[in-house]
Design a protein around this ligand. Sequence first.
Ligand code: CA
Length: 231
Amino acid sequence: MIAPGVKPLRLLVVEDDPNLNNQLVEALKDAGYAVDSARDGEEGHFLGDTEPYDAVVLDIGLPKMDGLSVLEQWRKDGRKMPVLLLTARDRWSDKVAGIDAGADDYVAKPFHMEEVLARLRALVRRSAGHASNEIECGPVRLDTKAGRVTVHGTLVKLTSHELRLISYLMHHIGRVVSRTELVEHLYDQDFDRDSNTIEVFVGRVRRKLGVDIIQTIRGLGYTVGMTSDAG
Ligand code: CA
């Protein structure tokens, strides 16, 4: 069952306030994302450095290592995932420092969850090179805002994992995506990952879509939107 407004990909939340952290994680999970979370800068930095996230929500004021240092270190190390900073209200200096440190956007506290969700959707879309809410590949259309997939205009019912799969491939149209990369982006840390299950998911998504837009590139992975005779 998928809630409306699904944005299926993998995110990291770094926020030390336990309530706010929980609220963010729950809201993002409800919205269909796979979510990991950290409560201090060191743990957040480590996760962002070692796991592939599609976007990060990063608080500035954090214990052990502040958010700006975390961000600067990631950028120095070549980590390019979009980062949405959480700043204190009216601290314009934080916002300037944040942008300088490599943030892609910010939201001032206190914020409405809907604004965080909307900004994250836009960041993920832009980082994948898509300016609008909708991504098309042949007869298949992905509405990233509503989290819906249609084929020839007809809605296709997908589970959240299936939706993440097709969404990840469509966000990276024309590129070959390996099974390992898919596993890393479809599941959160706690999930028992097995790259063999990807094949099962791909098979299911193909059947549900009823059109052959996912190509298997033998030995490499999967792609959509590329003409290929690799089958
Ligand atoms: Ca804080």
